[in-house]
Design a protein around this ligand. Structure first.
Ligand code: MN
Ligand code: MN
Length: 300
């Protein structure tokens, strides 16, 4: 159960994440470089007194999730794009996870409204004892009522200390086979995704985000250096290729090392996720702390 210290840190991480999300949503504009943008967002997290719980994700148009700039990424935010910004903050391992979508084309305003409404509905009904499938049903109904589709293979998740996806999923559709229930004293991220596409994502070819899954002995000396660095700095939480630029300055060498560490199942790579038919995707996310008699939205 939660002691006062944990409770306090969960709320503080949430307040910081909320401020950073709002800051990011104001700063994002067509024409700016995604690299500079994400570095700025992450700097803001530190300035506010937190640490990134994962790299700043900036996923544009049909990219649904898990895009973070890579070393040398010169891409800029396109005109008329739909931009999702996903921010993670932790204090001493207590995590807040929150996302917003900004549209630079009014054509997608009601897609955003559909997904934001779905998140509101989900927050209204979440409480101890409710089945996660019921939450998925409410999300699905809200998004479909606007004529869009929820993304059925992306979901919200329970969060524990230093563990971003700690086991329980909150689906974005009704899922009769998922018998999990929400329990009090726990933290959950609710994150509906909606699209004008077919409603599921596929893995792209590239991954720019990794996490440590298992410590093993590494023969290669540079591999060991990289691994030591990851262990020391990221506490098992996801990190960006970009964050290692000063450890191994040559990108190709770094990628080679990361590839080996993935192959030996020491690291997990998170491929960029793309809407299967190229549909435009919107996402909104809040972190909630479910207590016996109340639900606290930590990232409001
Ligand atoms: Mn998120
Ligand atoms: Mn999440």
């Amino acid at each position: 159960m939660l002691d006062d210290d944990a409770y306090d840190k969960i709320l503080r991480a949430g307040r910081i994440a909320s401020r950073v999300r709002k800051y990011a949503a104001e700063k994002v504009k067509p024409g700016i470089r995604v690299y500079d943008f994400c570095e700025d967002v992450e700097r803001k997290i530190y300035d506010e007194g937190g640490k990134p719980a994962f790299p700043c994700n900036i996923s544009i148009n049909n990219v649904a999730a898990h895009y973070t700039p890579y070393i040398g990424d010169e891409s800029v935010i396109p005109d008329k794009s739909v931009v999702k910004i996903d921010v993670g903050v932790h204090i001493d391992g207590y995590i807040a996870d929150t996302a917003v979508t900004v549209s630079f084309d009014p054509k997608y305003d009601d897609l955003l409204l559909a997904v934001e409404t779905a998140l509101e509905r989900a927050i209204e009904i979440i409480k101890p004892g409710i089945r996660v499938s019921k939450i998925g049903e409410v999300i699905e109904r809200a998004i479909k009522s606007y004529g869009y589709r929820p993304i059925r293979n992306l979901s919200g998740h329970s969060i524990e200390r230093y563990n971003l996806h700690s086991g329980v999923s909150i689906p974005n559709v009704r899922d009769m086979f998922n018998i999990s229930k929400i329990t009090s004293g726990h933290v959950y991220a609710i994150e509906p995704f909606g699209t004008n596409g077919v409603g599921y994502v596929v893995e792209g070819r590239n991954a720019y985000i990794y996490s440590l899954v298992k410590e093993k002995r590494v023969k290669d000396e540079l591999g060991r250096i990289v691994l030591e660095n990851i262990k020391k700095k990221y506490d098992g939480l996801p990190f960006a290729e970009r964050w290692l630029r000063n450890v191994i300055p040559e990108r190709n060498k770094l990628l080679e090392i990361l590839k080996e560490l993935v192959k030996s199942k020491i690291l997990h790579a998170y491929p960029v996720l793309l809407e299967a038919t190229g549909g435009v995707v919107a996402q909104f996310e809040h972190t909630v702390l479910v207590l016996k008699r109340e639900v606290v939205v930590t990232t409001l």
